[in-house]
Design a protein around this ligand. Structure first.
Ligand SMILES: Cc1cc2nc3c(=O)[nH]c(=O)nc-3n(C[C@H](O)[C@H](O)[C@H](O)COP(=O)(O)OP(=O)(O)OC[C@H]3O[C@@H](n4cnc5c(N)ncnc54)[C@H](O)[C@@H]3O)c2cc1C
Ligand code: SF4
Length: 536
């Protein structure tokens, strides 16, 4: 049985970032990942392979609360879902850390304030090479340093939209993006600004994903080991139940057992909850670290819509995800509650649209719609409902029970966008007739069950100060298990309405500092007692 100082399970935004933070410490670190490296091949950039055939998507079947099959829109690879993300790297707003009253109920406060996470947001932005413009987003929280890279420019159609919105008195701003684009030096730029970024792996490794930015550099250290194809099925504790002793993984059809002094779970919010539930024992009958009964509960995934605004004029934009609008994030003059965030998905094409079975606008083909649409991504906050939860069925398979809530604000947000689009400046060719309206579309191609869209999953192992109401303490350590931590999106007590990855990365750095402190004191104790090296 191999023994490590730290075992990290899952190599995505949380686990990959943590491995990067701990690597220089010299501690023996094992990264266990159920997936492999995404193969580098032309299909990385094929909308047919990625969006229609689901070539890289998880081939699992979960169940919804009614027992119907659910094919999750998630990805098991080194780097986790960041291999496929759109790399829009937002901070939560300062207010998201406090209690916020929504039309549908209360978004609870976090046990730490924004100021505690701020330095780590800055570090995460630098690590993931975020390109952005400070001060342009009216809801942006204060930051201790500028972005290191300039914002990604808008292509002409997006620039025109940005100007239209500014003319109406709004404050659109450039999306902070983790792509390695150097617009001043296009010949040397690693990123070529292509149309297949959001939802695709980057064939030229120019997306700041957790594999490229964190895992591969961490593996340069001799003390860091990555084992791929290792599905962690269970964690075992000592007799007291206070310490994880064994990590059980299935690899190549056989069970392997690892030992780590510190064990960090980072499988994504749904799989991490499932792992703790699967690790139930006499000492932890409701699931490991689940005396509070919160593990698996409060699942959140955001209320998201993709809306296509069609024009008679084509939209030739290649890289579309550059513009966002947060003017309605906390409400508006005519609606005092939060509505959310307006942004874009990557440019949709006819092939992608064919898989989602969207309503076809009268007089259009899918191919034409793809060439003429602006493709918006709207996000509103869903609230933590304890009945929205991950459980396991009798066969140990994941069951995801979810009833949407807080939808009123989202409907308002859609109406706001509709009204904005109707107020665009008249087009030189078609006048105001150019705009054909807004059409909704189910993003989650091949699956018409919106619940399958678990891209923004979070909240299932919440952190907090009260062990009766949370599973993790403020360092994301399990209240009941001294050497067990969770650093993926599970820890969120509420989710705000911006994309979650940067918050997961920043928190992993914060927890990493705490773990470095713990590793450091263990090392000095070992040196003092002359036991250094005996454990390895
Ligand atoms: C198409 C798409 C677009 C997105 N766009 C954005 C965006 O623009 N901005 C943004 O902020 N967020 C975006 N997201 C969400 C973002 O990718 C996630 O929030 C983030 O990756 C979550 O990090 P995590 O560490 O919680 O989990 P993940 O990144 O999913 O990592 C979990 C890892 O654990 C592994 N794993 C799971 N179970 C086990 C097990 N039992 N044993 C071993 N390993 C296991 C998985 O294979 C995976 O590598 C997007 C997601 C998708 C799918
Ligand atoms: S080249 Fe740039 S735009 Fe294209 S996938 Fe890679 S990071 Fe994204």
């Amino acid at each position: 049985m191999d023994r490590y100082d730290v075992i990290i399970i899952g190599s995505g935004a949380g686990g990959g970032t943590l491995a990067h933070r701990l690597a220089p410490s010299g501690a023996r670190i094992l990264l266990l990942e159920r997936g492999d490296y995404v193969p580098r091949e032309k299909d990385n950039w094929s909308t047919r392979a990625v969006n229609v055939e689901g070539k890289y998507a998880a081939k699992e079947s979960w169940r919804d609360r009614e027992g119907r099959a659910l094919h999750p829109h998630t990805n098991y690879w080194v780097g986790g879902n960041t291999k496929f993300y759109g790399a829009a790297l937002f901070r939560l707003r300062r207010e998201d850390f406090g209690e916020l009253r929504h039309a549908g109920g209360i978004s609870p406060s976090w046990p730490i304030g924004y100021d505690e996470l701020e330095p780590y947001y800055t570090e995460a932005e630098h690590l993931y090479q975020v390109h952005g413009e400070r001060g342009a987003d009216p809801t942006e929280p204060p930051a201790s340093a500028p972005y290191r890279y300039p914002a990604v420019s808008h292509e002409p159609r997006i620039q025109q939209l940005s100007e239209d919105w500014m003319r109406l008195g709004y404050r659109p701003f450039p999306v902070p993006l983790g792509i390695m684009l150097d617009e001043r030096n296009p010949r040397r730029s690693r990123c070529i600004r292509c149309e297949t970024c959001d939802g695709h792996p980057c064939l030229v490794s120019a997306k700041s994903d957790a594999q490229v930015v964190c895992v591969d550099p961490a593996l340069q250290y001799p003390n860091v080991t990555l084992v791929t194809g290792a599905y962690v099925s269970r964690l075992g504790t000592d007799g007291s139940g206070r310490e994880v002793r064994t990590v059980h993984a299935t690899r190549n059809g056989a069970e392997e057992v690892y030992r780590g002094d510190l064990v960090v779970v980072s499988c994504g919010a749904i799989n991490s909850a499932a792992l703790l539930l699967r690790s139930a024992s006499d000492r932890h009958p409701r699931g490991l670290a689940n005396g509070s009964d919160v593990v698996g509960r409060h699942y959140m995934g955001h209320i998201n819509s993709v809306l296509m605004a069609l024009s008679k004029c084509p939209n030739p934009t290649v890289f579309q995800k550059t513009l966002a609008l947060n003017d309605f994030y906390f409400g508006s003059e005519d609606w005092p509650h939060p509505m959310g965030h307006i942004s874009f998905v990557g440019k949709l094409d006819g092939v992608t649209l064919s898989a989602g079975a969207p309503a076809i606008a009268p007089g259009w083909t899918l191919e034409l719609m793809g060439r003429h649409s602006l493709d918006f991504w709207l996000t509103s906050e869903d609230l933590p409902d304890q009945q929205n939860r991950v459980t396991l069925d009798r066969d140990g398979r994941i069951v995801l029970s979810y009833r949407p809530n807080n939808e009123q604000g989202h409907r308002r947000l859609v109406a706001k966008l509709e009204s904005l689009m109707q107020q665009q400046r008249a087009c030189a060719v078609h006048g105001h007739e150019c705009h054909q309206g807004l059409f909704s579309r189910n993003l989650f191609v091949g699956q018409r069950i919106p619940l399958a869209g678990v891209a923004h999953q979070n909240g299932t192992i919440r952190f907090g100060r009260d062990p009766q109401a949370s599973a993790l303490d403020t360092h994301c350590r399990a209240h009941e298990v001294d050497n067990l931590y969770v650093v993926d999106g599970s820890f969120f007590p509420s989710s705000g309405a911006v994309n979650p990855a940067l918050t997961i990365m920043a928190n992993a750095l914060r927890v990493g500092d705490h773990l470095l402190g713990r590793l450091g004191s263990r090392r000095s104790d070992a040196v003092a007692t002359g036991a250094m090296g005996a454990a390895v």
